[in-house]
Design a protein around this ligand. Structure first.
Ligand SMILES: Cc1cc2nc3c(=O)[nH]c(=O)nc-3n(C[C@H](O)[C@H](O)[C@H](O)COP(=O)(O)O)c2cc1C
Length: 151
């Protein structure tokens, strides 16, 4: 059994709903998850988390949602090395934003790579113009990520 930390970045709640669906599947698979809409490095490093799974939308012009910015800033400032800890990023966006499509997830992934985390499956992008069921899409990705990240 693994324990997964799930930082959430959201403006209007879609990412939260997706994260909750992921937590259900993780629990059904014998794992546990901590969802956090006020994520912090302190929390990430405090408990014995086996993996990090960021679920974030993008806002503004390619920006990280304000509730996740403090976490991103801490990753930059405190530089908590992950030493090969597995991570995953689920990135919600809207492709009509073209140049900044799912940019917040890209920023999070880049940062976690920089901190020497390992992504057994690359970040998934979920496009609001293409799906009405982001939770189903995210679970599809999770089923690939889970056995590789939590083995
Ligand atoms: C004001 C605003 C700005 C947005 N900017 C972007 C953007 O730059 N890139 C992108 O891919 N999606 C963008 N989106 C789309 C959201 O990321 C997408 O609708 C997402 O599913 C919202 O999830 P949330 O409810 O968890 O915030 C924007 C949406 C809004 C309302």
């Amino acid at each position: 059994m693994a324990n997964v930390y799930i930082p959430i970045g959201t403006v209007s709640g879609t990412a939260t709903a997706v994260a909750e669906a992921l937590a259900t599947v993780l629990a059904e698979s014998g794992h546990s998850a901590v969802l956090d809409s006020s994520a912090s490095v302190e929390k990430m490093q405090s408990d014995q988390f086996d993996a990090i799974l960021v679920v974030t939308s993008t806002t503004g012009q390619g920006d990280i949602p304000s509730n996740l910015i403090p976490f991103y800033a801490q990753l930059e400032d405190l530089f908590p090395l992950q030493n090969g800890r597995p991570f995953g990023v689920i990135s919600l966006g809207d492709s009509s934003y073209d140049q900044t499509f799912c940019n917040a997830g890209a920023l999070m992934e880049e940062k976690l790579y920089e901190l020497q985390g390992v992504a057994p499956v690359p970040r998934v992008t979920i496009d609001a113009t293409e799906t009405q069921t982001p939770d189903v899409d995210a679970i599809f990705w999770l089923r690939e990520w889970m056995p590789k990240a939590l083995s």
